[in-house]
Design a protein around this ligand. Structure first.
Ligand SMILES: Cc1cc2nc3c(=O)[nH]c(=O)nc-3n(C[C@H](O)[C@H](O)[C@H](O)COP(=O)(O)OP(=O)(O)OC[C@H]3O[C@@H](n4cnc5c(N)ncnc54)[C@H](O)[C@@H]3O)c2cc1C
Length: 385
């Protein structure tokens, strides 16, 4: 172990976490001339931000809505508005970052195949409309017209026009590349193992040496619980290993992000032509305790996909992988100052943090710069639990 300082400088900001949130924060901070160190314990973009399904979400997720109910949905609306505002940023993000992020925003379809599913969707749409999201109910005929491949069993559903997809393998690296071009120092394989403060400077301990910075942004995803504990903060962040599958390339077929009202399913067609099939199905641990693909989950996930899109039954599956998804008890993000530690900021969006990451980067930048981020962060306060 060494307490050697890496370089002889004090960075303006040390960002911990090389996923989409941290890389976006590093990009915005460095674009305003801040000196930034971006520290990542593995290689950049190797946890949730690089393993997710690439859905850009802008509706209340049907499953928690059914489980948690209307009161929860009402309280969750600020988090939904956060996603919607982030979705606006996605429109121009490829151009801004100078990289084709394979963003497509043709909207999301929530498909019902049982009349009993429709009343809940109608209530959900009303909540979404209340924060300015123009989602609406569709008849079976309208759905068939938009997506002719949908099962003949469809009885209706929802269109959420702001939703879409992007390629998760490209997004955090694009933010990080631009941050580096603006002078940020990228530090992969640099786990932060401790923090202390001396004369108003935060000192981050890593196996490579110490990083000194005037402010700290914590964007550690699944590592956030441990990071919070360094500052006496017990963050109730849950972890669940879930799996996503990809098929061979097929001709253009699915232009929307697709959900099913009867169970866990999302799927979309990537720009390359592959279908990405997920929805939060659990992985399993092998005898060595490692997370591996759960064949039962896979079977159930694929059965659901072929139920909604019968014509994909013959499409070959190429690969299924596992990633650790993270949640909070109220499904809302955790964003703001770490109490009692001036200059330490925290940014975490549960379940749908890929969608949220472009706005998360901006908000974290505003907080560090001492600016009003232009939205009420009280519902997201780190000490609300
Ligand atoms: C299988 C799966 C599918 C998903 N699908 C979607 C989807 O379709 N759409 C969507 O919007 N969201 C989806 N999500 C959620 C989304 O991927 C995450 O919410 C989002 O990527 C979080 O981004 P982040 O940058 O905050 O965290 P992460 O991507 O987890 O990045 C945090 C980084 O911090 C690093 N780190 C942690 N602790 C330390 C430390 N002490 N020192 C240094 N580095 C540290 C980690 O190694 C990690 O790389 C999915 C998640 C999973 C797992």
């Amino acid at each position: 172990m060494t307490n050697r300082k890496i370089g002889d400088r004090i960075f303006d900001v040390a960002v911990v976490g090389g996923g989409a949130s941290g890389a976006a924060a590093a990009y915005h901070l460095s674009s305003e001339g801040r000196t930034v160190a971006l520290l990542e314990r593995h290689d950049m973009n190797t946890e949730a931000s690089g393993r997710n399904a690439g859905s850009l979400h802008g509706q209340i997720q049907h499953e928690p809505f059914l489980e948690e109910g209307d009161e929860w949905a009402r309280a969750w609306l600020p988090a939904l508005r956060f996603l919607a505002d982030s979705l606006d940023i996605w429109d121009g993000l490829s151009e801004e970052l100078g990289a084709d992020l394979q963003v497509g925003k043709k909207g999301g379809l929530l498909i019902a195949d049982d009349e009993s599913q429709l009343p809940a969707i109608e209530r959900k749409v009303a909540f979404e409309n209340s924060v300015g999201i123009q989602s609406r109910m569709l008849s079976a005929a309208e759905l068939k017209q938009l997506a002719p491949w949908i099962t003949d069993d469809v009885v209706g559903g929802e269109l959420c026009p702001i939703e879409g997809k992007a390629n998760p393998l490209l997004v955090a690296p694009a933010f990080a590349r631009r941050a580096a071009a603006q002078g940020a120092v990228l530090m992969p394989r640099t786990p932060v193992e401790g923090f202390r403060e001396e004369d108003g400077v935060h000192i981050l301990r890593t196996p490579r040496g110490e990083v000194h910075a005037r402010q700290v942004v914590l964007a550690g995803g699944d590592g956030m619980r441990d990071l919070g504990r360094h500052f006496g903060l017990e963050l109730p962040i849950s972890s669940a290993a879930v799996q996503v599958s990809v098929t061979e390339r097929i001709d253009p077929m699915v232009s929307h992000l697709v959900y099913y009202a009867g169970g866990k399913l999302t799927f979309k067609q990537a720009q390359s032509g592959t279908l990405l099939i997920g929805g939060g199905w659990p992985a399993r641990r092998n005898a060595a305790g490692e997370w591996v693909v759960n064949p039962e989950s896979l079977r159930a996930n694929l059965a659901m996909a072929t139920r909604i899109a019968p014509s994909i039954a013959d499409v070959a599956l190429l690969r299924t992988w596992v990633g650790i998804g993270n949640g909070t008890p109220d499904h809302s993000p955790i964003i703001g100052a770490v109490p009692g530690h001036p200059g330490v900021w925290l940014g975490f969006y549960p379940y749908m943090g890929f969608t949220a990451s472009p706005l998360m980067g901006r908000v974290l930048n505003d907080l560090v710069q001492g600016r009003d981020p232009g939205r009420d962060l009280l519902p997201f306060a780190p000490d609300r639990f």
